[in-house]
Ligand binder design. Structure first.
Ligand code: SAH
Length: 231
């Protein structure tokens, strides 16, 4: 079973939105499992302190390496080889290719930062890999972890209704996806493109391929460039 272990100061945030819809059904059917570890259980002193002021001064607080190490050491079994991902705006941005490879593995260990982040030393000391979900700053790693999980879980066998629908989507082919239409045939004077109603599957595929390419050229030429470079 694909397993996600989350280290967080806010275990109550999980499963949150992952408890609904397809991910939630997969969770209750045992297609995947989620466990949370409260970093605060390893906090120091009467107040269970997990953070302290930054060395060198400056605003905010930093999660202590010793506290986080104690949490990780008690929560991760020896021999657990799942990737240990630290949600962090400094990591490389998560992309669909990585999502797919994570989904094909045994699961993930996710570490959610808060405040200014974590003491730098924990990264090398516990073999953490930083990963970002995009170039903006969230207030904590929990929502980022949920986004990563949602992207992975929907690819697990038995989570999405139709296996095929995962393959044609944006990014899977290196392109943005073609536009979709459904009934009614005419909506406020706008028609569904004729070709989609023609029943001619070869023409439909050609139209969709051309649209995917056009949209990618217009909106994300960087994707075409990346694709060209990897060939
Ligand atoms: N001071 C840090 C930001 C800390 S934000 C900096 O400037 O780089 C607090 C926590 O939110 C981080 O430790 C991280 O776990 C999470 N976080 C914020 N933005 C994120 C992003 N884009 N991707 C993944 N995690 C993020």
């Amino acid at each position: 079973m694909w397993r996600a272990s989350i280290f967080t100061l806010f275990p109550g945030m999980f499963p949150g939105p992952l408890g609904a819809s397809l991910a939630g059904e997969g969770l209750s059917r045992g297609v995947w499992a989620l466990e949370t570890h409260d970093i605060r259980d390893h906090g120091l002193g009467r107040h269970r302190a997990v953070d302290d002021t930054p060395a060198g001064g400056g605003p905010g607080m930093v999660i202590r390496a010793d506290v986080l190490a104690a949490a990780l050491d008690s929560g991760i079994a020896a021999g657990d080889s799942r990737p240990r991902l630290l949600l962090s705006p400094r990591g490389p941005s998560l992309r669909q290719q990585r999502v797919r490879s994570l989904a094909q593995g045994e699961g993930v260990i996710l570490i959610c930062g808060r405040f200014e982040g974590v003491d730098e030393r924990i990264i090398a000391a516990r073999g953490l890999e930083e990963i970002s979900i995009g170039d903006y700053i969230l207030s904590g790693g929990e929502l980022a972890a949920m986004i990563l999980l949602d992207a992975c879980v929907r690819l697990l066998p038995g989570v999405m209704g139709k296996e095929a629908s995962g393959l044609e989507e944006s990014f899977e082919s290196g392109l943005l996806e073609y536009p979709h239409f459904t009934r009614p045939r005419e909506f406020e004077g706008r028609e569904i493109p004729d070709v989609l109603l023609s029943g001619d599957h070869a023409r439909i595929k050609a139209w969709r391929d051309a649209e995917a390419l056009r949209l990618t050229r217009e909106r994300r030429p960087d994707l075409l460039e990346a694709d060209r470079k990897t060939r």
